[in-house]
Design a protein around this ligand. Structure first.
Ligand code: SF4
Length: 239
């Protein structure tokens, strides 16, 4: 199992430009059974699930349910589960949405989005990846500046210092590549993507984007973290 940072970097270079299915096949074989896909059900995650199920009908898929997801996202999860015969594992914050609103007040995202993301997204993600050797996600380099430098394989660490390999099979793909795959294969996707949304997160912090805008510009728009990250994909990355 490749976890050593130097060996990973070399393998990552070898996989540059290779089809996502090949990268997925490598990850599922190399890190089975302690490997899973995480998705928030943007178009990338839907494509990844489709590809992965073809390789391994029992592939593990998980999502983080912040309690503030769009109704369309919950419905899409149901459609994907039905279509692919999978059960998406849901992880929620150990502090419930109701507890958070009771102690920290409603609409925390307006006052302290970092705290809200830490409670609703990052904490459950840390729990979700515990016990995994590899974590597959649908990040692409062309999604914006915060993702331009991602590797195909990255070395991260768990809280206890044990290795966690992050796998980004779509890193080299463009948005157009992803849509071509989804349309060609009839993959279910969120109706929000037909309404101007290009990246989908929590409803309070996501808006549609205009033509020409960065595709993550609708995330935390109007805040200091506009177009940025919630902390999930940067947690425990080795520098
Ligand atoms: S994206 Fe917004 S609502 Fe969702 S966890 Fe982060 S701050 Fe809270």
């Amino acid at each position: 199992m490749v976890v050593d940072a130097a060996a990973l970097a070399e393998r990552s270079r070898e996989l540059e430009g290779r089809p996502p299915e090949e990268i997925l096949a490598f990850a599922l074989a190399e890190y089975a059974p302690r490997v899973a896909i995480s998705t928030a059900f943007g178009v990338e995650g839907c494509a990844l699930v489709d590809m992965a199920v073809r390789l391994d009908a029992g592939v593990k898929v998980f999502t983080v349910d912040t309690g503030y997801l769009f109704a369309e996202t919950y419905e899409l999860v149901r459609r994907l589960e039905q279509r692919y015969g999978i059960t998406v594992e849901r992880f929620s914050g150990s502090v419930s949405r109701e507890q958070q609103e009771g102690t920290l007040g409603e609409r925390l995202w307006e006052r302290d989005a970092e705290r809200c993301c830490a409670l609703r997204k990052v904490e459950p993600t840390v729990r979700a990846v515990r016990g995994l050797d590899a974590w597959i996600a649908g990040l692409r380099r062309d999604q914006g500046p915060s993702r331009a430098g991602i590797g195909i394989l990255e070395r991260h660490d768990h809280d206890d210092g044990t290795p966690l390999v992050k796998v980004n099979p779509l890193a080299c793909w463009t948005r157009a590549d992803t849509w071509r795959y989804v349309v060609a294969n009839g993959v279910p996707y969120s109706p929000l993507l037909d309404q101007g949304y290009k990246s989908i997160g929590c409803w309070p912090c996501t808006r549609p984007v205009a033509d020409g805008e960065d595709e993550r510009a609708g995330r935390w728009a109007g805040t200091a973290n506009a177009g940025g990250e919630c902390g999930i994909h940067t947690l425990s990355a080795r520098k």
